[in-house]
Design a protein. Structure first.
Length: 428
């Protein structure tokens, strides 16, 4: 509670001392509602919002109504309350979700809602909490919200994720500063990553989208069968790409034909790996915050698509919990390319938040694949998708492996090779 109150006070302080802040904040709210999820008339909006971000959440809510939203359903998330529950509630309470809670989300999915997720999270909120409860809760939620996720996988839900500072997160990113200064620095960093500042924000996002689409077209034309990664950390790894895979990046198009940006910010080009074809070792290049616990300096060894051994200097238990969630959690669901000269990478800031750090580094994702990164994938049954190398899991967890000396080679079906990355940058 104190963290939330302090964050509000810091925001007020910065507004009083920076006349440009309120304008940037309003522009950010517009970006989330318009370019982000692209609210259209008559739509229900599910707005998941950290309580520390309540003020910004209300600004986004108002923008949604201005765009013609039928109703905005605000669902607050409280990490501190969740931690108290983890410490005291019995394990059995995590094994199922109440029917009303599942039906709320599934009902609005059936109604064709759009969803917005506003994060303001402490990257270590659940450090030392019960791994059994966290894992049971993740599995129960995946089961209870299956209808919601199935509709999302078929392009029936537009969604976006954005973030705002909280004090705990700001302290982690900018240690040694006062709380007010750390929060102020994090705000300015976030504004830069989402291209808010001097110039037309919409025009900047349109230009950025064109660059990503152009690069995706080059990769799709090449139609690689596999990618080989090497760097000085020790990564020496080859991953197969699914037949009929599609490289995507920037804006998406939902089943209704409306454009939206799932992530704010976004710098990645991503596609579907064949979850049966991955061999070699990959080393993390950044810490991973998983369920409120940091995993640092970890290694994954793959054979025939599956993680067969692993290590971590910190957070080994969290890594073990991630990999043991289900069979799909040991296999890959996404391959993503981001050059080390992207704006977020060039900032030199480690955000301890996957939304930002994944856009500073090439990464892979353990767990669930995105069916729409395979031609016609969203129309396949679960069995058909699995038969073609798609992965299914309760998890989808991105982890960063990119470095400024990363070399990536594309391998075609005829065995010919083409260099894609050299020294961490695109060469195509």
């Amino acid at each position: 509670v104190m963290g939330g109150i302090l964050c509000v006070n810091v925001i007020k302080y910065e507004r009083d001392n920076d006349m440009g802040f309120s304008e940037k904040l309003q522009e950010y709210a517009r970006l989330v509602a318009r370019q982000g999820v692209n609210v259209t008339a008559g739509k229900y909006v599910l707005l998941f919002c950290s309580i520390e971000a309540a003020e910004f959440g209300r600004m986004v809510e108002e923008e949604c109504y201005r765009l013609g939203a039928r109703d905005v359903i605000m669902i607050y998330k409280d990490q501190k309350a969740s931690r108290i529950r983890l410490d005291y509630a019995p394990l059995d309470e995590y094994k199922t979700l109440p029917e009303w809670q599942a039906e709320q989300r599934n009902y609005y999915a059936r109604e064709g809602c759009v969803t917005i997720n506003i994060l303001a999270e402490d990257p270590e909120a659940y450090a030392g909490a019960s791994s059994e409860k966290l894992q049971a809760g993740a599995l129960a939620a995946h089961k209870a919200y299956k209808e919601f996720y199935d509709i999302m996988d078929k392009g029936g839900i537009r969604w976006t994720i954005a973030a705002v500072p909280c004090v705990e997160w700001a302290r982690k990113v900018f240690p040694g500063n006062t709380d007010a200064k750390a929060v102020s620095k994090l705000w300015e960093s976030i504004f830069k990553t989402v291209r808010i500042g001097r110039g037309d924000t919409v025009a900047k996002w349109q230009r950025h989208d064109r660059v990503l689409k152009r690069r995706a077209k080059i990769l799709n034309t090449a139609n690689f069968s596999a990618l080989r990664y090497k760097n000085s950390l020790g990564t020496n790894f080859t991953v197969g790409l699914a037949d009929c895979h599609i490289w995507k990046g920037g804006s998406e198009k939902c089943a209704e034909g409306v454009d939206y940006f799932p992530n704010l910010p976004t710098e990645e080009l991503f596609t579907m790996p064949d979850c049966r074809r991955a061999d070699g070792s990959v080393y993390s290049s950044m810490p991973l915050s998983y369920q409120g616990e940091l995993i640092e300096n970890f290694r994954l060894d793959f054979k025939d698509g599956e993680v067969v051994s692993y290590s971590a200097e910190k957070g080994y238990g969290a890594l073990e919990r991630l990999l043991s969630t289900d069979d799909g959690s040991r296999r890959l669901g996404e391959v993503a390319l981001i050059p080390c000269d992207s704006p977020i990478a060039q900032s030199g800031i480690l955000y301890y938040n996957t939304l930002f750090d994944e856009n500073a580094s090439c990464h892979l994702a353990l767990g669930e694949c995105y069916p729409d990164t395979m031609r016609g994938g969203e129309l396949l049954s679960e069995e058909e998708l699995l038969a073609r190398g798609g992965n299914r899991s309760a998890n989808h967890v991105d982890f960063m492996i990119g470095t400024d000396d990363m070399e990536i080679v594309g391998i075609k079906k005829d065995g010919s090779e083409m260099k894609i990355f050299e020294n961490g940058r695109f060469v195509i």
